[in-house]
Design a protein around this ligand. Structure first.
Ligand code: CA
Length: 231
């Protein structure tokens, strides 16, 4: 069965090009021209991925992203006309998985869609539960608890945490971590690793300003700083 993509874009010319490119690549496509319409479509339909413009009438793209993330881990690719770094980072902070800056080629967008879907389908290699102090990482359920309380992580945050905790004390470079996140198909800004780590720390560290779980190894990358037991 064809995977179903929701395209949210108010500019008809861009929406049409994106719809055409995705259909041509074998995807089923739903579309919406407004943020509120997009949320309604998502309420009524299962979709495999969302392509989301930021500047939208009704509810803007950032708010759509925020609301989707309260209930769903569906991959979201942000389309942004604004090329400032802040916008890209903001999209990631809101739990978007990827971004494409306008103008983009339909072929580039289709390849990002494929990479995101491939990533969403994949499962970690090791099915063992990992424990580090009061933190528990369950790779089968893709859930994390701290002191027995569920911690909500985005797809990328979970993958980074699981990767680091699977090999405690091993130092991973930013490139290694991004290549893990994108299964070798990463291209773009390595600083998005730092954004993911910052958010991860806010969610799992006792004190995010003095992190003990995710250590920064200056000039190299990151390492998990605690003993991990496997169960
Ligand atoms: Ca727009």
């Amino acid at each position: 069965m064809a995977e179903r993509i929701l395209v949210v874009e108010d500019e008809a010319a861009i929406r049409t090009v994106v719809e055409y490119a995705l259909k041509d690549a074998g995807f089923e496509v739903l579309s919406a021209a407004r943020g509120d319409d997009a949320l309604a479509v998502l309420d009524d339909n299962e979709v495999d991925l969302v392509v989301l413009d930021l500047m939208l009438p009704g509810v803007d793209g950032l708010e759509v992203c925020r609301r989707v993330r309260t209930t769903s881990q569906v991959p979201i690719i942000i389309l942004s006309a604004r090329s400032e770094e802040l916008d890209k980072v903001l999209g990631l902070e809101l739990g978007a998985d990827d971004y494409v800056t306008k103008p983009f080629s339909p072929r580039e967008l289709v390849s990002r869609v494929r990479a995101n879907l491939r990533r969403a389908r994949s499962t970690p290699e090791h099915g063992q539960m990992l424990r580090a102090g009061d933190l528990e990482i369950d790779p089968v359920a893709r859930s994390v608890t701290k002191n027995g309380e569920e911690v909500y992580l985005t797809f990328s945050e979970f993958e980074l945490l699981h990767k680091l905790a699977s090999a405690p004390r091993r130092v991973f470079t930013r490139e290694e971590l991004m290549n893990h996140l994108w299964q070798g198909s990463f291209f773009g800004d390595l600083r998005s690793v730092d954004v993911h780590v910052r958010h991860l720390r806010q969610k799992i560290e006792d004190d995010a300003s003095a992190p003990e779980l995710i250590r920064t190894v200056r000039g190299v990358g990151y390492a998990f700083g605690r003993e991990v037991s496997k169960a």
